[in-house]
Ligand binder design. Structure first.
Ligand code: 13P
Length: 252
């Protein structure tokens, strides 16, 4: 059966000393717990190797927030999937709405990134989600379906089974406006049906679909109680160990 996962996305926050401290706090909090889900932190590139040195990755997974769409070469300022993997990280967030919106990531770029992540044994956490105008126009299902089809449906069933999906309605990210648990469930069930249509029910049933967007300790339990919500991708609330643990504990 599919995994339950709570993953933090630190975005462009914390200096290196602050980040190492936060990672240690999360690691220590997990050491005294038996979490009912997998727990992952996705951190800035600069923090990956030092954080890998201070956490126990059997209890706390480590990921990057992005990787390049090329394996190596003259791409000044980029960080490749092999580089990420060489730090000890095993996850990578791809296609976050902030990358799509501010850095012009297209479906083609994302297909290349996903392929390189998989080749380097990184588990992609692939983000999808509509903007407010699309929801208000009633096109949110079509938008999300197209993002999945264009970004991922070139994969074989075996490759697809390594993907974690994160549904993040853009209007709920960093706004304090969470999707209701029913809105999340409705979209997650739809996403699972789209996957079943392409790869079959078994692959769909084994795919973890996380919810992201103003998820916090106070609303995580109700969201996670929904049958198709398999965990969360957490922004702001992952920057405080206590809040992040409150969300992890929502699975208990
Ligand atoms: P917030 O939890 O800050 O709304 O961010 C969600 C997100 O974008 C995680 O990737």
């Amino acid at each position: 059966m599919r995994k339950k996962i709570v993953a933090g996305n630190w975005k462009m926050n914390t200096t290196l000393p602050q980040g190492v401290e936060l990672a240690k706090e999360v690691n220590d909090a997990l050491a005294s717990r038996c979490p009912a889900c997998d727990v992952v932190i996705c951190v800035p590139f600069t923090h990956l190797a030092p954080v890998a040195g201070v956490i126990d990755q059997t209890k706390l997974g480590l990921g990057a927030e992005n990787c390049a769409d090329h394996a190596s070469g003259a791409y000044t300022g980029e960080v490749s999937a092999p580089m990420v993997a060489s730090t000890g990280a095993t996850y990578v967030i791809l296609g976050h709405s902030e990358r799509r919106q501010y850095y012009g990531e297209t479906a083609e770029t994302l297909r290349n990134k996903v392929a390189l992540a998989l080749e380097n044994n990184l588990t992609p956490i692939f983000c999808i989600g509509e903007v407010l105008a699309e929801r208000e126009a009633g096109s949110h299902f079509d938008v999300v379906k197209a993002q999945i089809e264009e970004g991922l449906f070139n994969l074989s069933a075996d490759q697809f089974s390594k993907i974690i999906l994160a549904y993040e309605p853009v209007w709920a990210i960093g706004t304090g406006k969470t999707a209701t648990d029913d809105q999340a469930q409705e979209m997650h069930a739809f996403i699972r049906s789209v996957i079943a249509g392409k790869y079959g029910q078994e692959v769909a049933d084994n795919t973890s679909i996380l919810y992201g967007g103003s998820c916090k300790p106070s609303n995580a339990k109700a969201l996670f109680a929904k049958p198709d919500v398999d965990g969360g991708l957490i922004g702001g609330a992952s920057l405080k160990a206590d809040d992040f643990m409150g969300i992890v504990d929502a699975w208990n």
